[in-house]
Design a protein around this ligand. Structure first.
Ligand code: HEM
Ligand code: SF4
Ligand code: SF4
Length: 381
């Protein structure tokens, strides 16, 4: 299996981090929870920026300049927002690679994987629109490059570009559209996260307090030590606005969010860049189907006569693969029956352990067979 060496490397790294952080605080064990930490950091720091940001061509840059240089702690909040967005993307990617490398992304885990791909696109779009909102000369250049790249998308390019620009040319509405995407997509993200967790009974979605405190400290200190900058358009005129047609002489591409624009700046054919961008989600969606070896060959099955409808298996199943249904009038005094959805069953066997009535089995590992195997092992030892 092609992921085996990657899996080994991940586990090796995980072991190293255990020595460093202890098992309880190993960030690798909170790979899904850490993006949530950054969502909160982004939300809190973004609220303050939102209160002072003015999305019009005449005032956007001036408002960011005000936040950066005049508002007390304004630039600290801007820096926290920026670094949290980078942290978010880095940890989302770590999370994605980890579930991929450890083969926890296909078959009965397909729902979190597919919704995860959507979450990746969402994270990317929120980050990119954030960069455009700054509206200094660099941001305007980035905006023009972005709209130009989007318009090169086969078939739908010009329609999508027009939607992003909110018309045929940049106006006040363009910034309102960017702001709408930057604030509206996070709401959609909440819905996607709900879908993401839907088939995980007890998702580890919050890191432990000690890790939150440590990460908050690192984010705070890093932001204070390396505050983000803003291009000065005219030192004497705080109301200066960037030219909509000029190209910035300095471009600092954040490769987590603006790698397509970076490639375009390196003279890579725009169509090729667009195809590369589209290939990422398409490739990720195909990935689970490239692995031939099945993860499971058996599923839990319920022995109807033994099932009392007690729900213990239902409560313990980590993949929401068991449903308790009305058993109808089948001559028993019990009202409910456990039913397993094979598409969701991970073959983990937890339900077999939970059932006190030998009413749920994994055929290959029937309880009696397992007991017989144990007894045989005990007598021969
Ligand atoms: C906003 C970004 C994301 C957040 C906040 C998030 C959060 C989480 C959380 C909390 C879990 C449960 C982890 C556990 O219980 O151990 C999880 C599971 C999972 N996530 Fe994400 N996720 C995000 C993005 C992604 C992406 C981009 C992918 C892949 C494309 C992905 C794929 C998965 C998969 C396959 C699982 C199931 C893993 C398992 O069952 O062990 N997620 N996610
Ligand atoms: S634990 Fe056993 S008896 Fe109880 S509902 Fe599940 S299968 Fe039925
Ligand atoms: S083996 Fe049982 S507990 Fe495990 S996923 Fe299947 S139904 Fe759920």
């Amino acid at each position: 299996m092609y992921t085996e060496p990657l899996q080994k490397a991940t586990l090796w790294l995980e072991k190293g981090l255990n020595d460093l952080f202890s098992q309880k605080y190993n960030p690798f064990y909170y790979h899904g929870a850490l993006p949530n930490f950054f969502i909160w950091a982004l939300f809190i720091s973004g609220l303050l920026l939102f209160a002072y940001y003015q999305p019009t061509l005449a005032t956007a840059y001036a408002s960011v300049r005000y936040i950066t240089f005049e508002l007390p702690f304004g630039n600290l909040f801007r820096s926290i927002h920026r670094y949290a967005s980078d942290g978010m993307m880095i940890f989302v990617m770590l999370h994605m690679f980890r579930v991929w490398f450890t083969d926890r992304y296909r078959e009965y885990r397909i729902v979190p994987w597919v919704t995860g791909v959507v979450l990746l696109i969402i994270t990317f779009t929120i980050g990119l629109t954030g960069y455009l909102l700054i509206w200094d000369q660099e941001a305007v250049t980035l905006a023009n490059m972005t709209f130009n790249l989007v318009s090169k998308t086969p078939l739908i390019g010009s329609a999508v570009a027009e939607f992003l620009i909110a018309g045929k040319m940049i106006t006040d509405y363009t910034l309102t559209r960017m702001m709408f995407l930057h604030l509206g997509i996070p709401l959609f993200m909440m819905f996607m996260l709900w879908l993401h967790y839907l088939r995980i009974t007890r998702p580890v979605s919050e890191p432990p307090l000690a890790l939150v405190v440590m990460l908050s400290g690192v984010l705070f200190l890093f932001s204070a030590a390396f505050p983000v900058s803003l291009q000065i358009l005219n030192a004497n005129d705080p109301l200066a606005t960037p030219s909509l047609t000029s190209v910035s002489s300095v471009m600092n591409f954040d490769l987590l969010y603006a790698w397509p624009q970076y490639l375009a700046a390196q003279q890579v054919d725009p169509l090729l860049v667009v195809l590369l961008v589209l290939a990422v989600p398409v490739g990720l969606l195909i990935l689970p189907y490239l692995q031939k070896k099945a993860l499971r060959d058996q599923f839990a099955t319920v022995v109807r006569e033994n099932c009392t409808g007690c729900s213990l298996c239902y409560n313990d199943c980590p993949y929401e693969a068991i449903e308790m249904v009305d058993r109808g009038n089948d001559g028993t005094r019990f009202k409910r029956l456990a039913v397993v959805d094979p598409g969701r069953c991970a073959n983990c066997g937890l339900c077999v352990g939970a059932c006190a009535f030998k009413a749920i089995e994994i055929p290959r590992r029937e309880t009696n067979n397992v007991l017989a195997e144990i007894e045989a092992a005990l007598t021969t030892s």
